[in-house]
Design a protein around this ligand. Structure first.
Ligand code: FES
Ligand SMILES: [Fe+2]
Length: 416
């Protein structure tokens, strides 16, 4: 249980808040590269700030405040220039640093523009994504985690905007036993209601769970009934990469799966499921699968009800029904919630580090450390033991427009 003020400290993400200051020390995806191929701008709301990502006519990217400082029109409707973005209303032009570089209707000798500046943030590309950094300089390196950096790989990305604070989604990742119920027994119940008798690997009982802090966050491990302590689930586990990524393992494939919970503001999160599939040596990746495939993940049906017959939809139902910001003042934590308590403690400690002028956990400044960061994940995950096709169709990947191509490609290399 927490006090109201503790709950606010751990959930407010805006500029100048303790958590907002911590979260600004990390890079976040703001778009897929393909999104800016056919258009010039994309509206971005990140950590409570309204921004515009744009591509100028030289091909450079910029991320600046959405509101024009002249009289407030949206730069999302701006005109791309050789070096910057011009406001549609009266033509003021801003470069990627946010500096005003032209005011076409002011006198030619005016110095006014030199004194007009808006926020302009760093952006960088990796793994088909565009990342942004909103924190103080010097900016740390953009981490080259395996899913972003492994090659050659097929990459797909599902997305949904969820009307909840990011923390309750992250807490779900420190809560291994929910899988046994929500994705196990509840899933079986839903299937039963639909007239399908099923028993799924997820419903296997947890014998014990463990959490180990490491250089990039917390590794979560589980031992399921009937498993030996040599199993990957217990020996290796998988990490929560502090502060907003969950990396999960696979059923023996070259798959890297990230779930990213990107805080839009206090009550909205951009949920991104980012998978990289490495088909193995000698397998040619068809042209169709060479670019990052971006798709929407639906979580409500036409009546506004939750879609609970797939794993991620089940998670979303729980996150959203907890409320926009989960009320932690009347929760009743049990013994299996120790991972959640550890994550909250880690957030508080890292807030303090930032307040002391130190880098928080996982911030990377040494290029030698950043060539390729291989995260520890179970490669033989019990939950995925039912086979690639069956598991893939039970996750949000069932909405991926190239999922059949992926299943077929993996079948050709003997994976079913
Ligand atoms: S409002 Fe942007 S130039 Fe006037
Ligand atoms: Fe889950």
């Amino acid at each position: 249980m927490m006090s109201q003020s503790q709950n606010e400290t751990l959930t407010r993400v805006g500029p100048g808040t303790p958590l907002g200051n911590l979260l600004r020390r990390y890079w976040y995806p703001v778009a897929a590269e393909v999104e800016l191929e056919k258009r010039w701008t994309k509206r971005v709301r990140l950590l409570g700030e309204d921004l515009v990502l744009y591509r100028d006519r030289s091909g450079n990217l910029g991320l600046i405040a959405e509101r024009c400082p002249h009289r407030g029109a949206s730069m999302a409707y701006g005109i791309p220039e050789e070096n910057g973005l011009r406001c549609p209303y009266h033509g003021w032009c801003f470069d990627a640093s946010g500096q005003c570089i032209d005011q076409p209707n002011e006198p030619a000798d005016s110095t006014f523009k030199h004194r007009v500046r808006i926020s302009g943030y760093r952006v960088q590309k990796l793994g088909g994504l565009i990342f942004a950094y909103l924190g103080p300089e010097p900016a740390p390196l953009l981490p080259r985690y395996d899913a972003f950096a492994v090659e050659p790989a097929i990459r797909v990305m599902g997305q949904a905007v969820l009307p909840v604070n990011f923390l309750q989604i992250m807490e779900n990742s420190l809560d291994p036993v929910h899988t046994e119920w929500l994705h196990g027994h509840y899933h079986e119940f839903i299937q039963q209601e639909l007239g399908r008798e099923t028993k799924v690997a997820f419903s296997r009982h947890h014998v014990k769970i463990a959490f180990d802090p490491f250089a990039y966050g917390i590794i979560k491990r589980r031992l399921l009934e009937g498993q030996s302590e040599d199993s990957d689930d217990w020996r290796v586990g998988h990490p929560v990469v502090f502060p907003y990524i969950l990396a999960v393992g696979s059923g023996g494939l070259g798959t890297y799966a990230f779930q990213m919970r990107i805080p839009i503001d206090d009550t909205h999160t951009w949920h991104v499921w980012y998978n990289a599939y490495v088909p193995g040596p000698g397998v040619e990746i068809p042209e169709k699968l060479q670019k990052l495939c971006v798709y929407d993940v639906p979580w409500q049906d036409e009546h506004g009800e939750f879609i609970t017959d797939y794993i991620d939809g089940q998670d979303i139902m729980c996150w959203v029904t907890q409320g926009a910001i989960a009320d932690r003042t009347d929760e009743r934590l049990g013994t299996t919630d120790k991972g959640i308590i550890l994550f909250r403690k880690m957030l508080m400690e890292q807030i303090q580090r930032v307040e002391q002028g130190l880098d928080p956990l996982g911030v990377i400044r040494d290029p030698a450390q950043n060539e390729l960061i291989s995260l520890p994940v179970e490669r033989k995950k019990h939950h995925f033991s039912e086979g690639f096709e069956s598991v893939t169709m039970r996750f949000q990947t069932r909405y991926c427009p190239v999922v059949r191509d992926l299943i077929d490609l993996f079948r050709t290399v003997g994976v079913k």
